[in-house]
Ligand binder design. Sequence first.
Ligand SMILES: Nc1ncnc2c1ncn2[C@@H]1O[C@H](COP(=O)(O)OP(=O)(O)O)[C@@H](O)[C@H]1O
Ligand SMILES: [Mg+2]
Length: 344
Amino acid sequence: MSASDILIEVKNLKKYFPIQKGVFKKVVGHVKAVDGVSFSIRQGETLGLVGESGCGKTTVGRMIMGAYRPTGGEIWFQTPDGGPRLNLAEMTPAQMRPIRPHIQMIFQDPFASLNPRMTVREILAEPLIVNKVAKGAALEGRVRELIELVGLKVQYLTRYPHAFSGGQRQRICVARAMALYPRLLVADEPTSALDVSVQAQIVNLALEIQNKMGLAYLFISHDLGLVRHFSQKIVLMYVGKVVEYAPAANLFGKPRHPYTEALMSNVPSVRSDFVSHKIILKGETADPINPPPGCAFHPRCVYAQDVCSREEPLLREIGPDHVVACHFSEALDLNGCDALGCAI
Ligand SMILES: Nc1ncnc2c1ncn2[C@@H]1O[C@H](COP(=O)(O)OP(=O)(O)O)[C@@H](O)[C@H]1O
Ligand SMILES: [Mg+2]
């Protein structure tokens, strides 16, 4: 594959939210929600963005969508017309408008994402009308195509969102996101609010649609086990930063960061003969307003040494396309999925 296959490349992306106090709204500090994140996604590829709640995943997604302006960094996007790549981080809302159809997002809460006063037909037609893509019979035809794409019946088009279950609502959200043939779908914990039995259906639907339409996914999840089977690459975040970024097979085969190993060890085992190697993470995830000195993970790390509380480990390449931010990556022999016997 050549560099031109890269759909989106995020470089050193940052988002600091100011913390304001008093009547004069004096800025007294910053939440470093995202603090130097880099990754790229190829056309048609899935990248899993994983980490505990509050580590900055949604903020990354929102910056890519253009909903938040980055504090720093670049977001290079290849438009489908094959023209030069555009840096979305520097574009104004007006400049972003023609790019928006190419990047769509679905959210965790399918209940909050749909207007309760609109029928499914209106919900699906809206992006087509707003972007002047279709009207009349063509509009109705595309709306029917969309509802069938997500496995729902055409008769449902006249119903309102309240008539549907969580899983069906998420299907409607997916259909709406597909209306304008996007090249990238940012899926932000799309199954977290759903029953376990429905989660797999939504993941399978997403994969079917990806096969049909050849689009790329940025799949955000706190659950490393969930993203394994359909992500070609994984980015693991901790308190606004990337701790490990690798092809999925390498990461699950041999993690190089203690945080990755700990998350992996907490995925339930399928092997009945297996002696659990579950690593209990001590304490709470660090506060992004005031992260610990050195490596932000050190207070919770079972392998931490003195240097870890003094010096921040820089992200460095440790294997082909495998980057990690740990002082002891070479010295540690961490357990991957096989050794841990995890069900993923
Ligand atoms: N609009 C905002 N203003 C201030 N702080 C925010 C805002 N959005 C998110 N944060 C903070 O940024 C951090 C990362 O949040 P978020 O990106 O939602 O994490 P995640 O999606 O991984 O749970 C959290 O500490 C959160 O409280
Ligand atoms: Mg989130």
